[in-house]
Design a protein around this ligand. Structure first.
Ligand code: HEM
Length: 627
């Protein structure tokens, strides 16, 4: 039974003025101060808004659990980012009982199934290798706009994995048009919502911003209005171009489980027709935006010296770290991900301190709702109460997370993880989330019917990126960022990392004797060993130079032994390179010890060599790629 009717006296009530006075701070800091002071549920009123702010995990199931309360109107501010007209998307549709929302969510499930995500692992690895090459070219000590490179990486991944669109933004240092336009559009869209704009820098701005939106609309001849229109036109042009490109491919194959194929299969429950126009474009764009910044920000947060050392030690024990004797670590395999518990703890701790959804999720009280023993009455059209679920505060309050400001991955070791899509407080597979106070209070992807659909992709992508980058580089905050404390105090999406190549990785390494022993003993008895090229590699040698050297060496061997069968024993990277040379569109994601590929070339009638041919990969060959 409901507790005592509570509205309008719900918990402690911080004064509006107290809130405004603190505007100089980033909003996530204020939310946490309030949660520490007023508890896990309190009412907050500022002119025009009435919030019930919740950060008590015990209260969450009543909000985000089934059937789910409608999303707050502020979500509508993302609509202009994805379409010219006002259409709903998976992300913005208020009610999860909406038949179209259900149809889209259900249709997209195959794209995020365990099998589909596993199938994209090779692509993520390939893009990470491209990132590592890019970073290597910058050289040790270079300052890197981490936000930018990670956004490029995650954009390349989501475009190819979800929509089959090839982009190679890491290969081109020029600004990426989509990222430029999105940045502008997000800034412009969220200016109108003080709660989503970090409140800072001043209360004046909080109140002037809504006026700006109206002014730009009413006075289209203003330079700012023209600029706005030009930016948005370019953004929509990019979305439209991609959708046209995908539509031009024709119908999707039955076995295709990409995000595009799933969206193409959606039928509007009321008309039976497929999605088209702005609606289709908006769903495509939302998935690209969802897959972009969120992942990128999170991947940046593992920057902490001691934790980095511990990650390096863990990577080292899995042969995934660049060392003096093994410059190129093993290429990460999918099964490695489950063998890196400390890295997982680092990610959880990063997401605890900086949840992507820092300012929280908003839901309306469309029906009387019992929360934490209090009865919150149904809202009205005029002023519905917004239930502001504040994940940032939930994950940073003293009571649950002692010394919350300290970055302590260790606090997560051995703790259970809530299952994707579970309601808050739901049991994990082993039933232990319910009783684990930390696991209950850690919901970076939210939970319940409106939980993050992209969680499986993000949970594969984030550790893959970190394992591969931290296996090859040491990173630290660039000097001007004022260290870790400075980072904590500022907006979380703008900081620079300084890059240091791992100290030991100059020069190519020999693979360990043990890794060659098996080949030598079992398969190579009687085989003559030749050095591929008489010359040692230049030092230092860039990746490009190394690739050119591998290619030249392979060609030289082939020419020297024309007409013969030759076994070339070389490093995994050279094997990778030889496949990539023959199949430029292939993405090699695994070269195991003793892995091999077979390649040959014939002669035409004039005695000229044909192009090289590559034997199909076999599961037992140890070299795997996708085309
Ligand atoms: C570290 C990475 C990510 C984090 C922390 C994250 C977090 C979240 C959260 C907290 C929500 C719930 C929002 C709300 O109810 O207000 C959400 C929803 C959503 N996310 Fe993510 N996300 C991530 C990555 C992704 C990716 C990779 C995609 C897609 C490729 C994606 C697509 C979506 C969509 C479409 C929704 C709306 C789902 C619905 O309402 O049915 N996200 N995400």
């Amino acid at each position: 039974m409901p507790g005592p009717p509570l509205w309008p006296v719900l918990g402690n009530m911080p004064q509006t003025l107290a809130f405004l006075k603190q505007e100089a701070h980033a909003h996530h800091v204020i939310w946490t101060q309030f949660a520490n002071k007023y508890g896990g549920i309190y009412r907050l009123e500022i002119p025009g808004h009435r919030f019930v702010v919740v950060s008590d995990p015990a209260v969450l199931p009543a909000i985000i659990g089934r059937p789910g309360l409608p999303k707050w109107a502020a979500y509508q501010n993302v609509v202009p980012l994805v379409a010219r007209s006002k259409v709903e998307t998976l992300f913005t549709t208020p009610h999860s009982s909406d038949p179209m929302w259900k149809a889209v969510r259900k249709a997209l499930n195959p794209a995020f199934s365990a099998a589909a995500i596993r199938g994209k692992f090779g692509l993520v690895v390939e893009k990470c290798l491209a990132l590592c090459e890019w970073l290597e070219q910058r050289g040790p000590g270079a300052d890197v706009e981490a936000q930018d490179v990670m956004a490029r990486l995650t954009l390349d991944v989501v475009l190819m994995a979800g929509f089959g669109i090839a982009s190679n933004t890491l290969a081109d240092p020029r600004p990426v048009p989509l990222l430029t336009e999105l940045h502008y559009a997000m800034d412009e869209s969220f200016r109108r919502v003080p709660w989503h704009h970090g409140i800072a820098p001043a209360s004046l701005q909080t109140f002037s911003e809504p006026v700006r939106a109206v002014l730009l609309k009413l006075l289209p001849f203003l330079p700012a209005a023209k600029q706005r229109e030009a930016h948005f036109a370019r953004l929509y042009g990019i979305w439209e171009g991609w959708v046209e490109e995908m539509q031009a491919r024709g119908s999707v194959a039955e076995a295709d489980d990409s995000m595009w194929a799933c969206l193409a299969r959606v039928r509007d429950p009321s008309t039976g027709k497929p999605m088209e126009g702005d609606k289709l474009q908006a769903e495509v764009a939302s998935l690209i935006v969802g897959g972009l910044d969120t992942t990128a920000q999170t991947a940046l947060l593992a920057v902490h010296p001691e934790a980095q050392k511990a990650v390096a030690a863990e990577l080292h024990s899995a042969s995934l770290l660049s060392t003096a004797t093994k410059r190129l670590p093993n290429v990460l395999t999918h099964s490695d991900l489950s063998r890196l518990p400390y890295l997982d703890a680092v990610i959880r701790e990063s997401m605890r301190i900086f949840p992507v959804s820092a300012s929280g999720l908003g839901r309306y009280t469309n029906e009387p709702t019992v929360l934490g023993g209090y009865l919150v009455p149904a809202g009205t059209d005029v002023q519905a109460a917004v239930l502001q679920i504040n994940y940032y505060a939930m994950q940073n309050v003293e009571a649950t997370f002692p010394q919350p400001e300290r970055f302590m991955p260790e606090r997560w070791l051995g703790r259970p993880r809530a299952a994707a899509g579970a309601s808050s407080g739901d049991a994990s597979a082993d039933g232990s989330v319910e009783t684990d106070p930390l696991a209950r209070a850690f919901l970076p992807y939210s939970a319940g019917p409106r939980s993050c659909i992209g969680q499986p992709l993000a949970q594969m992508e984030v550790p893959t990126i970190l394992a591969m980058v931290l296996g090859r580089f040491e990173v630290e905050l660039a000097d001007q960022m004022g260290g870790y404390k400075g980072l904590l105090a500022r907006q979380i999406n703008a900081f620079t990392l300084s890059l240091k190549a791992s100290p030991d990785n100059g020069g190519m390494a020999e693979a360990s004797a043990a890794s060659h022993q098996e080949v030598t003993l079992k398969q190579l008895a009687g085989v003559q060993w030749n050095s591929a090229s008489g010359n040692p590699p230049a030092y230092p040698e860039s990746t490009e130079q190394a690739h050119a050297r591998y290619t030249a060496a392979l060609e030289a061997i082939a020419d020297r032994h024309a007409g013969q069968n030759v076994l070339v024993v070389t490093h995994g990277e050279a094997v990778r390179r030889s496949v990539a040379r023959l199949l430029p569109w292939a993405m090699v994601y695994e070269v195991r010890h003793c892995g091999f590929t077979a390649t040959w070339r014939g002669k035409d009638a004039d005695g000229d060599w044909d192009a090289w041919d590559l034997e199909d990969q076999g599961a037992d060959r140890g070299v795997s790629w996708i085309t």
